[in-house]
Write a protein that binds this ligand. Structure first.
Ligand code: FES
Length: 108
């Protein structure tokens, strides 16, 4: 199937994507922190995590998607949800080593 899809009445179209993993990141948590991750502590969790994936050659395998509030609303942390485990939300504290997060999520 090409890049542009046209809906067909009564049919569901399935398009292949390049991703093998999905990470949902609360945008509101990130906005409240105003950074807090990466080598200088200036990146959002999404930015920092994407860089870790890039450094590991896995950027095209993992879809990092910022979403609205996930309902936990932690202080000094960001709520994330791994697409393969929707019943488990993780609170990532400000300054956490995102390479360690990548290892943990790849193993789950
Ligand atoms: S503000 Fe992030 S979980 Fe609610």
């Amino acid at each position: 199937m090409g890049k542009k899809h046209k809906a067909i009445a009564g049919e569901i179209i399935v398009a292949d994507g390049p991703w093998r993993e999905l990470l949902l990141v609360c945008r509101k948590c990130g906005d409240k922190l105003g950074g807090g991750f990466g080598p200088k502590g200036k990146d959002t969790l999404s930015q920092g995590y994407k860089q870790v994936l890039r450094d590991g050659g896995r950027r095209r395998e993992v879809r990092v998607l910022e979403v609205g509030c996930l309902g936990l609303c932690p202080k000094d942390g960001v709520t994330v949800m791994h697409g393969g485990r929707p019943g488990e939300m993780l609170v990532i504290p400000e300054g956490f080593d995102l390479a360690e997060l990548a290892v943990r999520l790849a193993a789950s």
